[in-house]
Ligand binder design. Sequence first.
Ligand code: DC
Length: 221
Amino acid sequence: MFAVAIDGPAGAGKSTIARTAAAGLGFIYIDTGALYRTIGLACLNRNISFSYKENVISVLNQIKIELKFIDGEQRMFLDDADVSNEIRTENVSMSASVVSAIPEVRAFLLELQRGFAKTNDVIMDGRDIGTVVLPDADVKIFLTASPESRAKRRTIQLKEKGINGDYDTILADIIKRDNNDTNREIAPLKAADDAVTVDTTELTLEQSINAVISVIKEKMK
Ligand code: DC
């Protein structure tokens, strides 16, 4: 099996780049942020207070989370309902970031993530794939870009979906989420020592995809 770990901050283009690269290589693509988002959504649905991690931990025993592939696309199911679209709101983004700092939540998702890499060639993206989930991955990439360029891209993305996102709010959210993800005690966002950093600030999407594919192909030789 061949495993590619792609980590980096929110909005660096990880999912689009990883998905396209995986399709080109015939690998499956796993978006691990969707797992944290599904737990964040489950907590929001229950109106629990995030200030008490015990509340979040107790939700873990009450829910069924499944990651399925439908027509080659990853879909997330929460208690048998397809929540793949619902988990994409800014509200869920922030909840995901909060619940992901809880060690029990990370432990709950660890084997599920590793299981996919045992039986498939994968590109997995997240925050701690190269450092914690797949420390022996064949290729590790740290994909990053300036907060401003990420906020700009996110604003355009939302507009394309017909959602009117305010750039300043999106930038503030990105900076807040970077802070949460980088400064938490457990599995913080950071490049693995053996990761190749790809900075997409000055790159187009096509250039970013090519840069990632060439790093992978170099290691596959
Ligand atoms: O990649 P994303 O924006 O969908 O991730 C949502 C949140 O989940 C993000 O703020 C941090 C967390 N996350 C994580 O802690 N570890 C991962 N492997 C993936 C996501």
